[in-house]
Design a protein around this ligand. Sequence first.
Ligand code: APR
Length: 245
Amino acid sequence: MKQRIALASEWVGRARRIVVLTGAGISAESGVPTFRGDEGLWKRHRPEKLATPEAFRRNPRLVWEWYRYRQALVEKTRPNDAHRALARLEEGREGFLLVTQNIDGHHERAGSRKVVELHGNLFRARCDECGERRSMRGETASTTIPRCARGHEMRPDVVWFGEALPVPALEEAWKGATQSDLFLVIGTSAQVHPAASLPLAAKESGSRVVEVNTAETVLTDVADLVLRGRAAKIVPLIARVEKGA
Ligand code: APR
């Protein structure tokens, strides 16, 4: 494993355009539950009951209860060494893009700037009638359904199952992936498309793919280098920053 980490770290040092795709696994060590692991959220809750447009139409109060529960849970957690290492890695680099499937906002809190949130953000609400978006930081204790300035019921500004991803975000991620020379995939089971197609598009465009994950995934055979282990331990090592930096 030490050799593989040294090789990944060398690739990071030599790469000119790095793209990183993160999933729930990068926030697991912060205490944010993943979706499909043994303790995963989808083991205890049915996504079709809580994370679809139909569920929201049927019962907006229940869906908001679920998202406020997750807001309260995430608010108790902090970015970890993996988030911080990626923020350091971005500093002073022109060619760097961080694409995340996570909605916990931990990458920005760790200092990352060039972040594409493919699946939205847990702490933002949006009105599908007039397009108003606003931050919900600081109002997560409220129990009412947030309303826009015109009084319409707002929804969580996240991508639900069966919904299209925000086109500008997806285009930026796709462009980054196909122009990258190094693509790091960290803490994702790669079960959900189009996010999971990004590493394949990068590889087909000639990029080297490095996977950091505690378990095997469908990408493991595609990756040029697999680092089996915890993101908070491995990412600071390959990003060439000391832990806790
Ligand atoms: N370090 C690295 N990887 C980890 C760690 C860790 N400490 N802990 C768990 N993992 C890995 C798991 O092995 C798994 O491959 O993180 C991955 C988490 O997978 P999922 O729970 O499926 O989360 P994710 O891949 O982000 O899901 C994608 O699905 O439910 C939707 O919209 C939701 O964005 C989410 C999308």
